[in-house]
Structures are given as structure tokens and as C-alpha cells.
Design a protein around this ligand. Structure first.
Ligand code: PGA
Length: 251
């Protein structure tokens, strides 16, 4: 059975004190469970402080991006090796905001996925269509192309350990969520593609999160779909009161 992963993507929000305070609230009001895994992904400058606050707890640390080489003359970049060194377990790769605002391509995401796996990080690889693409009937093609490009060259063993996040761009930060049926349809199609790429055994192991305006009141129904294995949560992960019920919904 796949253990759902609820990950908070803080994006470029919170400052050091509010980040650490949020971790204390989450640790006060939640406990380790074998039914759900939890992670938070703060901005890179706060990974150290947040990591210190959650050390030894049931909440894992994740980063929001990384560069694809270990070290060198890449001003402003952070490597996977550094993220691993500071205690990260996860790294979000190819988030739609990075694809849209920073022009990240599937090829770049693919390089990062390989680099993350090489240093022992678990990539959370994001895919998803825009509203225009959905309305033009291109959802399946767009999502399949992103998956194929981002996961190219992985062995089945490597693929089994990654996390995918299906995040329809039109649902991110908009308050519009894909209906559970709409989400499940895409998740099932991603799993079918994974079966073709890596075999059925591997495809059954890959966790596929849903993301896009996940909230306390829609989490349960989304998470009860057979191919939805957790959530990547933006806005609602910034407060304990809105993040904790989503964790509860998965457990
Ligand atoms: P949202 O963001 O929950 O605020 O829609 C999700 C994401 O971008 O990962």
C-alpha cells in the first residue's frame, strides 16, 4: 500500500520566526502515524531553522527547488548535495510556477530529478495543464509529455522512489479545485503511463499527490480516490489550523 504524503509548499512565504512558530504548532497538535507521512518545504534560507525545529520529529523537511550539479560557479543556486547536507528528504521539482515564471523545461526538470536521486533526495515532480490546455482537450497529452520528459532515463528502481504531483495550473492558488473525479481521471492516466514506462510493479509503488487549492473541506474526498496518494498544499499549509485537518483527512 502507498502511504499518502501530505507536503506543505510554503513558496515564498513566512519569515524565520513565523516559520519556526508554525513548526511548533504542528508538532504540538499532530503525532507520528503509520497512515500518513508529512513534510514541509520552506524557502531555502529557512531550511536550517525549520530543520532544527523539526529534527527528530515525524515531519520531514523538503526544499522547493535545486540546481542539477553538485557544486561550482552557479551564482545564486543551491545544489542537491547541499539540501541533503542540511537535512532535506524531499525536493519539489518542476513546480508550475518555476515552469511558467522561470521558464523551466522538462529537460531541466529531468536533469534535476537525476541529480536529486544521485544524492539521495526524493524528488516531488510536478506536472499539470493550464486552463487553455484543458479547454482545448490537451490535458492528457500535456501531462503525459511532462511526465515522459521529466522522468526520462530513470530505472524502474529509481522511478519507484519518486513522488509525482498532479497540479492543474488553473487550480493553484485560485480556490478552484479539480473535482475528485477530474483529478482521479488524470491520476489514473499517469499511473497507466508509468506502467508503460516502468512496469506495473513500479507504477503501483509511485505516490501521486494532487495539488491545487487543497483545503480542509475538500481534502477527504480527493484523498479517498484510489490513485490520489496525498496532497501538495500551498496556501492552506501556511497555518496550523488549515494544514492539520488536511493531514487528518489523509490518516
Ligand atoms: P495552493 O498551491 O494549495 O495554494 O493552490 C498548491 C501548489 O502550488 O503546490
Amino acid at each position: 500500500m502507498r502511504k499518502p504524503l501530505i507536503a506543505g509548499n510554503w513558496k515564498m512565504n513566512l519569515l524565520r520566526d513565523s516559520s519556526v512558530a508554525l513548526i511548533h504548532q504542528l508538532l504540538d497538535k499532530s503525532k507520528a502515524s503509520d497512515k500518513v507521512e508529512v513534510a514541509v518545504c520552506p524557502p531555502s534560507v529557512y531550511l536550517h531553522d525549520v530543520g532544527a525545529a523539526l529534527r527528530g520529529s515525524h515531519i520531514a523537511l523538503g526544499a522547493q527547488n535545486m540546481y542539477h550539479t553538485d557544486e561550482g560557479a552557479y551564482t545564486g543556486e543551491v545544489s542537491g548535495k547541499m539540501l541533503k547536507d542540511i537535512g532535506c528528504r524531499y525536493v519539489i521539482l518542476g513546480h508550475s510556477e518555476r515552469r511558467q515564471l522561470m521558464g523551466e523545461t522538462d529537460t531541466q526538470v529531468n536533469q534535476k530529478v537525476h541529480a536529486a536521486l544521485k544524492v539521495g533526495l526524493v524528488p516531488i515532480v510536478c506536472v499539470g495543464e493550464t486552463l487553455d490546455q484543458r479547454e482545448a482537450g490537451q490535458t492528457t497529452t500535456v501531462v503525459r509529455t511532462q511526465c515522459e520528459g521529466s522522468l526520462a532515463g530513470l530505472t524502474s528502481e529509481q522511478a519507484a522512489g519518486i513522488v509525482l504531483a498532479y497540479e492543474p495550473v488553473w487550480a493553484i492558488g485560485t480556490g478552484k479545485t479539480a473535482s475528485p473525479a477530474q483529478a482521479e481521471e488524470v491520476h489514473a492516466d499517469i499511473r497507466a503511463l508509468l506502467t508503460k514506462m516502468f512496469g506495473a510493479d513500479t507504477a503501483q509503488k509511485v505516490r501521486i499527490q494532487y495539488g491545487g487549492s487543497v483545503k480542509a473541506d475538500n481534502a477527504k474526498e480527493l484523498l479517498s480516490q484510489p490513485n490520489i496518494d496525498g496532497a501538495l498544499v500551498g496556501g492552506a499549509s501556511l497555518k496550523a489550523d488549515s494544514f492539520l485537518p488536511i493531514i487528518d483527512a489523509a490518516g
